[in-house]
Design a protein around this ligand. Structure first.
Ligand SMILES: Nc1ncnc2c1ncn2[C@@H]1O[C@H](COP(=O)(O)OP(=O)(O)OP(=O)(O)O)[C@@H](O)[C@H]1O
Ligand SMILES: [Mg+2]
Length: 365
């Protein structure tokens, strides 16, 4: 994918408070044109606030917001080349599908034949060609959301903001809309900034993810990077299932946890630095006791369709979640096996910049 040198959107140390409550804290990031970005985080973490700052519904108390390299803090919402799709559709209930989608082009005084062509192109894009004359009340939730997407795209925004647009849809429809939205973004090549609190959705759809918590970006990166290398407890816990235990990094490539030493692939920390150790349930194997790196007792097991989720307890009472293809027996003593590459070590309170610097220094060796 071609990448422009200038980011299309940039936040520089943006802060925002409501009633002396700091909602966004010194937020900085860059958005490159033509990519699918996701803001992922729990309720109240500041995701919608960021979208509202980009669209101009809110203005920042501190810092700068740039669009195509120009500061837009004081540019009114209607002059910004962005549109938003909301979870509740926000359609005009008394207009037909056609008139909803034609709304923006009409405001811009586009010629009639062009409006017609534009609306038809947008309805084809969201697979609603046959629905032009339908009333909004006669549509399903999924169809309403398609109209909302077509209406936003008919304005030809540079950036489309999507605030939990799929959250009201049932599981199957949601999956389908995920891949359609992704395909629309790729086809049009415009920048999407998508908000969700669903980590699976974020991993499946995004080129790039920002993980938000408590008004701060905790980590940003590709889905694979974030999944494989979470930089702190919050991210490790929020993205996927994790086993997290305390440990000590004795020296480079040697970590100790549950009173045992293990070879691993991490380096660049102080000798005997306290750390948190993450092991993903899908990276753990249940083996006969004598082959195990740790010995555990099976405490619980549930069938999850394509795997068994097993909870096991070690002799220090740490709980280990394991995803296994074969069933086990509750109460059985078994071994837990994993390799050096499955052990992921996190420094306490490491910032993104510290993390990047540390990785770079030992990858360069
Ligand atoms: N107009 C407002 N006045 C006061 N506080 C607000 C206002 N808008 C948002 N907040 C607060 O700002 C914080 C961030 O809100 P925001 O809507 O950005 O969260 P979110 O990540 O989008 O959450 P959700 O997933 O629930 O939509 C919350 O604590 C919220 O209560
Ligand atoms: Mg929100």
């Amino acid at each position: 994918m071609d990448k422009k040198v200038l980011p299309v959107i940039e936040f520089k140390n943006v802060g925002l408070s409501f009633d002396n409550n700091e909602i966004l804290k010194n937020v900085s990031f860059e958005i490159e044109a033509g990519q699918f970005y996701t803001l992922l985080g729990p309720s109240g973490s500041g995701k919608s606030t960021i979208l509202n700052l980009i669209s101009g519904q809110l203005s920042a108390d501190a810092g700068e917001i740039l669009f195509d390299g120009k500061v837009i803090n004081n540019i009114p919402a209607e002059s910004r080349r962005v549109n938003t799709v909301f979870q509740n559709y926000a359609l005009f209930p008394n207009m037909t599908v056609f008139d909803n989608v034609a709304f923006g082009p009409k405001l811009k005084k586009m010629p009639k034949d062009k409006i017609k062509a534009k609306v038809r192109e947008m309805l084809a894009l969201v697979k609603l060609e046959a629905f032009e004359n339908r009333a909004i009340q006669e549509l399903s939730g999924g169809q309403k959301q398609r109209v909302a997407i077509a209406r936003a795209l008919a304005n030809e925004p540079d950036v489309l903001l999507l605030d939990e647009p799929l959250s009201a849809l049932d599981y199957k429809l949601r999956k389908q809309m995920q891949s359609e939205l992704r395909a629309i973004q790729k086809r049009l090549g415009i920048t999407f900034i998508f908000v969700t609190h669903d980590q699976e959705e974020a991993l499946a759809m995004s080129d790039w993810i920002f993980i938000m918590n408590d008004g701060k970006i905790q980590q940003n990166g590709t889905p694979v990077d974030i999944y494989d290398e979470p930089i702190n407890h919050f991210v490790a816990d929020f993205i996927g299932e994790s086993n997290i235990v305390n440990g000590v990094m004795k020296q480079d490539y040697l970590v100790s946890f549950v009173n045992k030493d293990f070879e691993n692939l991490d380096a660049g920390m102080k000798p005997n630095e306290p750390v948190e150790v993450v092991l993903r349930p899908e990276d753990l194997d249940l083996v006969p006791v004598e082959q195990g790196k740790l010995i555990v007792t099976i405490a619980d097991q549930s069938f999850r369709g394509d795997f068994y989720e097993i909870t096991a307890i070690d002799d220090d009472q740490n709980e280990w979640k394991v995803q296994a293809t074969n069933p086990s027996t509750v109460g059985a003593r078994v071994g837990l096996d994993f390799g050096p590459e499955d052990i992921h070590v996190m420094r306490f309170n490491e910032s993104e910049d510290d993390f990047d610097a540390r990785i770079e220094s030992y990858e360069g060796e």
